[in-house]
Design a protein around this ligand. Structure first.
Ligand code: ACO
Length: 431
């Protein structure tokens, strides 16, 4: 017998059910037929934090966590990082194929001509405190764009979606740079259409009074590579948020704001900022053993270590280490690198980390590079959100086109009180 199905026997009733396998998986819906009696709701799958639940079919990104493999649309991340620009990769993620020369020209032209944000949105930044976290400013201003482009709510129209995708990929660097300039009290720098995506971002970040900002080509390329590495990572916390909000047919500006909010958590995209704080706290190599001992005793986590999916090395961390060398040739070595390398060495030899398969993830080294390039730790998650916007939008587009998708609405296992009566024992408060 070789059938693509499972037979499940309900030991409460003795009834056996044959459940078909769909690409090697059961559909949770098929469990509902398993009932103790006709009034029973039926069996559900219970999976807090989606440890073993696929929420969609996707053709965007493939990860094999045990082998340390990451591919976008079938292309290994190593080749994309070496041979492509971020905008080519963004096109690949969204449209499924690498662009030909004409498609690339049109795409780059379209992105380049949508980088401006309206002056009133820019002025809105003035309402933030001088020390506001740039991630909060980015999230709020990207949400505000929903009011600027009300047609975006027509998410069923592919042309409307395409225009918002271009606008979002084009405007995220502008919003990010403006958030940074606000925190320093510096004037905002308008985009420069002569520059490529990474160069233009660096221009909006760093330009002072010089008539033309010229980015160091090594640093601009390193940033572009980092953008490629961060562009997508299948159904992670923020992408799942993007799909979940988008499933209500919310417009993409609000959905991206929600996804970016998820990204800003320390267990997700803010880990890169936390790594820097952790390296600061450690301070010197001789204090690493005591720090690691503390982590093992339950005092905090080794930030930048561990991953839900990668139980081998994170392939992005390997490329980042190689990129770091190039950056340090220009900027000089970030002294935190020595602490990080020693920390990695000690952790990878320690039974606690070996047993739990905890390896450096993408965030362990990215912050050290960003800091060497002149970015403040508060900007690290913002630097993650810029390229991840392409991934969020690719997944959102796929979700909207997927006829199987509906508004995302999980079930729960209710464990609260049974019905009870309100008894008025308190004195009434009229206000
Ligand atoms: N330091 C120390 N111990 C850790 C770490 C860590 N960084 N990560 C996991 N563990 C331990 C847990 O305490 C747990 O130990 P236990 O079995 O004794 O209870 C075990 O390893 C398994 O950990 P889980 O929390 O079950 O793993 P999960 O898959 O849920 O979490 C996560 C993954 C959130 C990334 C976790 O490893 C973590 O918090 N890492 C630090 C934050 C971080 O770097 N996040 C960035 C992730 S990459 C990204 O989002 C871009």
């Amino acid at each position: 017998m070789n059938k693509e199905s499972l037979t499940i026997t309900d030991n409460r009733t003795g009834v056996a059910y044959e459940v078909p396998l769909f690409k090697g998986n059961i559909r949770a819906r098929d469990l509902k037929q398993i009932r103790r009696d006709p009034e029973d709701f039926g069996v559900m799958s219970y999976d807090p934090a989606f440890l073993n639940t696929a929420s969609c079919q996707s053709k965007v990104t493939f990860i094999d966590g045990d082998q340390g493999i990451l591919r976008y649309r079938g292309y290994p991340i190593e080749q994309l990082a070496e041979r492509c620009t971020f905008l080519e990769v963004a096109y690949l993620l969204i449209f499924g194929e690498l662009p030909d020369s004409e498609q690339l020209r049109e795409w780059v032209n379209a992105i380049t001509h949508h980088t401006m944000i309206p002056e009133y949105t820019k002025k809105g930044l003035e309402g933030f405190r001088h020390d506001a976290h740039p991630m909060g400013m980015l999230i709020s201003t990207v949400a505000a764009l929903s009011t600027v482009y009300p047609e975006a709510k027509n998410v069923i129209d592919p042309e409307v979606r395409r225009l918002q995708i271009i606008r979002l990929i084009a405007k995220m660097p502008t919003l990010a740079a403006y958030a940074y300039r606000h925190s320093l009290g510096y004037p905002y720098i308008y985009p420069d259409n002569d520059l490529n995506y990474a160069e233009n971002f660096l221009n909006m970040m760093w330009k002072m009074v010089e008539p033309k900002y010229v980015a160091n080509p090594v640093l601009a390329r390193a940033l572009d590579i980092l953008f490629i590495l961060h562009a997508d990572h299948e159904q992670n916390c923020s992408t799942n948020t993007m799909r979940c909000i988008g499933s209500a047919q919310t417009d993409p500006y609000l959905s991206v704001a929600g996804a970016a909010s998820a990204l800003s958590g320390p267990l997700h995209g803010r880990a890169n900022e936390e790594v820097l704080h952790m390296l600061d706290e450690i301070g010197s190599k001789d204090r690493i053993p005591a720090f690691v001992k503390g982590v093992k005793e339950g005092h905090g986590k080794l930030m930048g270590f561990g991953h839900r999916v990668y139980k081998n090395y994170d392939p992005r961390a390997r490329i980042i280490k190689w990129t770091a060398e190039k950056v340090f040739e220009v900027t000089g070595r970030n002294p935190k690198l020595d602490i990080a390398l020693e920390l990695e060495r000690i952790a990878l030899e320690d039974e606690y980390f070996i047993q739990r398969k905890l390896y450096p993830n993408v965030d362990f080294y990215s912050g050290i590079i960003y800091q060497a390039m002149g970015f403040k730790p508060e900007m690290f998650t913002v630097l993650f959100a810029i390229p991840r916007t392409a991934g969020w939008l690719a997944q959102w587009e796929e979700m909207i086109r997927d006829p199987e998708q509906k508004i995302a609405r999980p079930r729960q296992v209710y464990v609260g009180n049974g019905v009870r009566e309100v008894v008025q024992t308190r004195e009434k408060v009229t206000r």
